[in-house]
Design a protein around this ligand. Structure first.
Ligand SMILES: Nc1ncnc2c1ncn2[C@@H]1O[C@H](COP(=O)(O)OP(=O)(O)O)[C@@H](O)[C@H]1O
Ligand SMILES: [Mg+2]
Length: 260
């Protein structure tokens, strides 16, 4: 049987979820999620456990859905061969850099990101060094990853993702462990990116002015629209939840005192 040629459909969304199902043990994380993701900047917000990381992992084929499809420009992402065909489309930066970094030195880690593109090791290392030098980080090349701070290790992951240069960059909680200057630098870097960027985050300011923010709640889309509106709706819901929880705690405390 002849191999099926994959021809991207440029009219289709960059990424699309169709009737996506994901189970973890007895619980269903997604039960028929549908989303078309075509905007160049998309924020993903919601409580812990809402499904943000699971969604990003499905979107770069690190995880297999139990039902439905992840489409990349109309093609089933999970049916594409691993390596270059997928790596050119999507890449992900994990929340914890230590879950991502494999190699002992910065240049080797950056070179690894070029491996799926089929570059010989020597050329990949040369590109990695050049990439660092262009950013004033030439002295990082031979540094041991273990000698870097967590924020710096995350920057290595971010540089590796930029060097690989997939069409879509998926960033999982990238602001969470950064200091304020680090957050500002990453926000500037994202603003300067030529690619589509999806960011999951509890730090809302970097995505507040984005054209689209999606609010996930227990695996379902509870808000989807301009960042200002969706972030404000999420903050209002959180304020209400906190007020209810405090009132319930006060009532419980009062009941204990009455019983004593
Ligand atoms: N490795 C895992 N094993 C079992 N359940 C998991 C695992 N990772 C996540 N989950 C569950 O999947 C759901 C979604 O989690 P996750 O995608 O990590 O949410 P978020 O990133 O929004 O915090 C949660 O109920 C979580 O407990
Ligand atoms: Mg998460």
């Amino acid at each position: 049987m002849p191999a099926v040629a994959f021809v991207p459909n440029s009219a289709a969304p960059l990424l699309e979820l169709r009737q996506l199902h994901l189970r973890r043990g007895a619980s269903e994380v997604f039960a028929g999620l549908n989303l078309a993701l075509n905007e160049e900047r998309i924020g993903l917000i919601g409580h812990n456990g809402a499904g943000k990381t699971s969604l990003l992992r499905l979107l770069c084929a690190l995880e297999q859905p139990h039902g439905g499809q992840v489409l990349s420009q109309g093609q089933d992402l999970h049916a594409l061969p691993q390596g270059q065909p997928r790596a050119r489309r999507v890449g992900m930066m994990f929340q914890n850099p230590d879950d991502q970094i494999i190699f002992p030195t910065v240049e080797e880690e950056l070179a690894l990101s070029l491996q799926p593109l089929g570059l010989p090791r020597r050329e990949a290392l040369a590109r990695a060094r050049g990439f660092l030098a262009e950013r004033g980080l030439g002295d990082w090349a031979a540094r041991a990853v273990g000698s870097l701070s967590q924020g710096q290790r995350q920057r290595v992951c971010w540089l590796a993702l930029q060097l690989a240069g997939p069409r879509t960059l998926l960033l999982d909680e990238p602001f969470a462990s950064l200091d304020l200057p680090g957050r500002a630098r990453l926000a500037d870097d994202i603003a300067g990116c030529a690619q589509q960027v999806l960011v999951s985050t509890h730090v809302l300011d970097p995505v507040r002015d984005w054209p689209r923010v999606i609010w996930l709640d227990a695996g379902r889309v509870r808000g989807d629209g301009p960042g200002r509106e969706v972030c404000a709706a999420y903050e209002a819901a959180v304020a209400q939840e906190v007020a209810h929880a405090r009132a319930a705690a006060r009532a419980a405390h009062h009941a204990v005192r009455l019983a004593a």
